[in-house]
Design a protein around this ligand. Structure first.
Ligand code: B4P
Length: 195
């Protein structure tokens, strides 16, 4: 199995690049943001709980997202690898992911970390907010709260993977295709098992 984490602050292009990477490498895409928005759309109890955090720009509690990822792993026994998009976002999530993958006798091959300036992040998210209907995108205060959550709780997750020399920093500014090319170079340098 080849498993990778696409990492970066809100609006760094994780969702955008994930679509292209799964098409090229045939990995199963697991986006906690997408899973949570689907729960909200279906008005499930989990979705209603998650919405109250997401609307304020806060992270959803660890046990909620870890449970979702655990079920998604169990529901895809045939996957040849997973692309984790927006997960893990806290050190507790990173530890839980390692434990879940250990049970499947696999692990993370690489964390690709997109680097984008804060000014560019805010610009991109406000622009998406004009059309996306996402309540967490159309308010600059909420966007800034998301970025603060990222610095406080999520950025340390990269240090966790740096201990295992698994982090590749990738410039996340420029054209979508150029960034995709940089990500593919990093994967191809590591991924003997990916076709
Ligand atoms: P997510 O859904 O993960 O979304 P995101 O961080 O906003 O964005 P992403 O980086 O995927 O950006 P995108 O490609 O879309 O999270 C939303 C919320 O869910 C979180 O705030 C949190 O509350 C909750 N959540 C999710 N996972 C969680 C977890 N594990 N634990 C706890 N809570 C969790 O790009 C953004 C915009 O930029 C798009 O409009 C795109 O078109 C544009 N763009 C992309 N690349 C570009 C480029 N190169 N140039 C110009 N624009 C570009």
């Amino acid at each position: 199995m080849f498993n990778l984490i696409l990492f970066g602050p809100p609006g760094s292009g994780k969702g955008t690049q994930s679509e292209k990477l799964i098409a090229k490498y045939g990995l199963k895409h697991l986006s906690t943001g997408d899973l949570l928005r689907s729960e909200i759309a279906n008005q499930t109890p989990l979705g209603l709980e998650a919405k109250s955090f997401m609307d304020k720009g806060q992270l959803v509690p660890d046990e909620v997202v870890i449970g979702m990822i655990s079920s998604a792993l169990d529901n895809n026994p045939e996957a040849k690898g997973f692309l984790f998009d927006g997960f893990p976002r806290t050190s507790a999530q990173a530890q839980a992911l390692d434990n879940l993958l250990d049970l499947k006798k696999t692990g993370i091959a690489v964390m690709l970390a997109l680097e984008v300036t804060e000014e560019e992040l805010v610009k991109r998210l406000l622009k998406r907010g004009e059309t996306s209907g996402r309540s967490d995108d159309n308010n600059e205060t909420v966007i800034k709260a998301r970025i603060t959550e990222y610095h406080n709780k999520t950025a340390p997750v990269a240090d966790y993977y740096k201990n295992f020399e698994k982090v590749a920093l990738v410039k996340g500014e420029g054209s979508i295709d150029d960034i995709f090319g940089r990500l593919c170079e990093e994967i191809n340098a590591r991924a003997i098992a990916v076709n």
